[in-house]
Design a protein around this ligand. Structure first.
Ligand code: BG6
Length: 483
């Protein structure tokens, strides 16, 4: 691929300085960007090319830290430009397109429009760009026919099924689905992608990856951080919309989906959609009450956080298909927790007959650490040396950093590079987003008005979530990663 234009709407925003430019700069260092590329930032703020470059130089230093080199930045910033304008207005687009075409010297150049803006701007920008999106125009990139012009959207994709459908309908009126790249940054995480490799490039795990051998699956995404200044958004969203509908469901589908016939965008996403469509929908308040529990951290200093917004939730899901019938998937996520950890625990069944009576028996567990301390641990029973057949838990330990001596890149690097190359395998498709909303909507609409259980900051969520789990015949595997 020879050329690319990357346009970032929302150039003066936090996402651009914190994630997008650092990821592009790192890709530049790794020589992964096309030989001829330009990044054009667009927002209403007044910057010149020079002043925007200076601002970005400071923020990029802060975020890429030791990878920042003054001379490399100087060559990178030559590709960075700024265009001031109001993309919510329809008269913005014609002059902007003329400006970009001129910069490209009228040479056919694949374009990526990245919407790092408030979601309220998605519709005006998509409508404004539509006449310039050349729906039918395809180019061949990496041997794959790819739309020449593409658009990247950040979450949230709607706030429920109806708004997601409305947004998708507008997108489809103006663009081809193959031009739309909906980012879920969890799919950019190496460890999330590795789930597919782990399952489908090894022969030993897949035969036991089913209801015959697995007792339950626990997926946890805990954070120490609090809601803080994000309260206007968070009071409207709460943890189910913020973390379950997207990130946790992505992890669940990667764990549960059937093997795709090949690794390409449609084959992978077809399997994910099939999995989501098999998730049992809770239709009554009783079902929701039985299968979900909510919490909110207590923090007198955050009066801005609404008292009934859940900052923690744990939900038991079932996937009604042959592979997973009867296996509970326990998903939970919380803010203000004891440690930052995203992990998946595959808990295997007990041996059918246990003939050792001494020691503490624990079921086999496979712990997949998505972040931090990215790695995989297998817990198994072992004889404790110098005892009379007493058993204890032992562990096999894999750590990405130690095994490959390579640092884990930020997820945005992978996703931006894939979007530049037009590979949508790690992006959400419209039917996937809608299926996910259908499941969450049902829970939200039947959730009782009762306030979430309060919990102390720095623990594992409300005590009630532990009791709830026990009542369902399972125990959370609470483990903070050792860094
Ligand atoms: C975002 C949520 O999508 O993901 C945030 O809006 C959350 O509330 C964040 O903190 C977590 O991402 P990560 O990569 O830090 O686990």
């Amino acid at each position: 691929m020879e050329r690319s234009s990357i346009v970032i709407f929302g150039a003066s925003g936090d996402l651009t300085s914190r994630k997008l430019i650092p990821a592009l700069y790192r890709l530049f260092i790794k020589k992964r960007l096309p030989p001829e590329f330009r990044i054009v930032g667009v927002s209403r703020s007044h910057f010149s090319d020079e002043s925007w470059r200076d601002t970005l130089s400071t923020s990029t230093q802060q975020f890429v830290k030791k990878d920042f080199r003054e001379e490399t930045w100087k060559s990178f910033e030559k590709h960075v430009f700024y265009y001031s304008g109001d993309a919510s207005q329809s008269d913005f687009f014609a002059p902007f397109d003329a400006f970009l075409t001129q910069m490209e010297k009228h040479a056919p150049t694949p374009r990526l429009y990245y919407l790092a803006t408030a979601p309220t701007l998605y519709v005006p920008i998509v409508r404004g760009l539509a006449p310039y999106m050349q729906r039918e125009k395809m180019v061949e990139i990496d041997g794959r026919p790819t739309p020449e012009r593409r658009i990247v959207l950040e979450k949230p994709f709607g706030r429920d099924l109806k708004t997601a459908r409305d947004l998708n309908a507008i997108l489809h009126d103006n663009l081809d689905e193959r031009q739309i790249f909906r980012i879920d940054h969890y799919l950019g995480k190496e460890t999330a992608q590795n789930l597919m490799v782990f399952r489908f490039a090894n022969a030993v795990f897949e035969p036991i990856w089913n209801r015959n051998y697995i007792e339950n699956i626990q997926i946890t995404a805990n954070e120490e951080t609090l809601v803080g200044k994000r309260y206007p958004y968070y009071n409207q969203s709460g943890v189910l919309r913020d973390m379950f509908q997207n990130h946790l469901f992505q992890l669940m589908t990667l764990v549960a989906m059937e093997p795709p016939v090949r690794f390409d965008a449609d084959a992978v996403r077809d399997e994910k959609v099939k999995t989501l469509q098999a998730v049992r929908i809770y239709r009554t308040a009783e079902e929701v009450q039985e299968n979900a529990t909510f919490g909110r951290y207590s923090n007198p200093e955050e009066e801005t956080l609404s008292p009934n917004v859940a900052t923690f939730a744990a939900v038991r899901f079932f996937i009604d298909n042959w592979r997973w019938q009867g296996v509970p998937f326990f998903l939970r996520s919380g803010k203000g927790m004891s440690c930052r950890t995203t992990q998946i625990v595959i808990q295997f069944r007990r041996p059918p007959h246990l003939m050792f009576s001494k020691g503490v028996f624990q079921p086999n567990r496979l712990l997949i650490q998505i972040q931090p301390a990215e790695g995989i641990q297998l817990y198994f029973q072992s004889k404790i040396p110098d005892t009379n057949m007493e058993i204890g838990q032992a562990e096999l330990h894999f750590n990405f950093l130690r095994s490959f001596q390579k640092e884990m890149p930020d997820g945005y690097e992978r996703l931006i590079l894939d979007a530049i190359h037009g590979d949508a395998s790690l992006f959400a498709r419209s039917d996937e987003v809608e299926s996910a909303w259908q499941i969450i909507d049902a829970i939200l609409s039947k959730r009782q008005d009762a306030l979430p259980y309060p919990y102390e900051i720095g623990g594992w969520g409300p005590e009630e979530s532990q009791i709830w789990m026990q009542n369902l015949g399972a125990t959370w595997f609470n483990s903070c990663p050792v860094l």
